[in-house]
Design a protein around this ligand. Structure first.
Ligand code: CUA
Length: 180
């Protein structure tokens, strides 16, 4: 039986598998396995797949950490909503929350300094897609992802939500400033 032509008989599964078909199945399986083990590999070689630590939290607890940082280190406000721009000291814990449909606050970090960036969501799943660096991390309610980051380029970065989160998803963007 050919792999291209339709089966001649109704009980097609009784037929021995064609060599071409078998080869394709074997190739597909092999590729699946390669991709599967690359998940480990990307943490070593892939620059946009940061290894994160994950901890349980609650929206209230996380909000308290965010607000404590905002109260202490706000340097100015921006946008119509008066979003605080927060410049925490190098080496400190930095918090960014996602909620319908905004990120809070705006962070201002320094090149070459290391920070512990904590990410969590208040309501639903949101995405943390840092552009143009193309770093992707999920922001999940009830959990905080912690990434150790050392920005290597100055500039204005956008945080884009890449998890569909409802009617305002397309306008959910945040900002991170990296100063020299
Ligand atoms: Cu938040 Cu999509």
């Amino acid at each position: 039986m050919s792999a291209i032509l339709p089966p001649a008989e109704r009980l097609w599964y009784r037929h021995p598998i064609d060599r071409v078909e078998g080869t394709w199945i074997a190739l597909a399986l092999l590729w699946c396995l390669i991709m599967f083990f690359m998940m480990v590999g990307w943490h070593i070689w892939g620059r946009q797949n940061l290894s994160t630590e994950t901890y349980r939290t609650t929206p209230d607890k996380f909000m308290a950490s965010v607000q404590a940082m905002v109260d202490k280190y706000t340097v100015r406000t921006e946008t119509d909503e008066k979003t605080p721009v927060v410049a925490p000291p190098p080496g400190s814990d930095v918090y960014l929350l996602a909620r319908l449909w905004a990120y809070y606050p705006i962070l201002e970090l320094e090149v070459g300094k290391t920070y512990r960036l904590h990410l969590s969501a208040m309501d639903y799943n949101h995405g943390f897609s840092l552009q143009p660096a193309n770093i992707n991390i999920q922001m999940v309610p009830g959990f905080e992802h912690v990434v150790t980051i050392t920005p290597n380029h100055s500039g204005t970065y956008s945080v884009v939500c890449n998890e569909y989160c409802g009617i305002g998803h397309h306008k959910m963007v945040g900002r991170i400033y990296i100063k020299k």
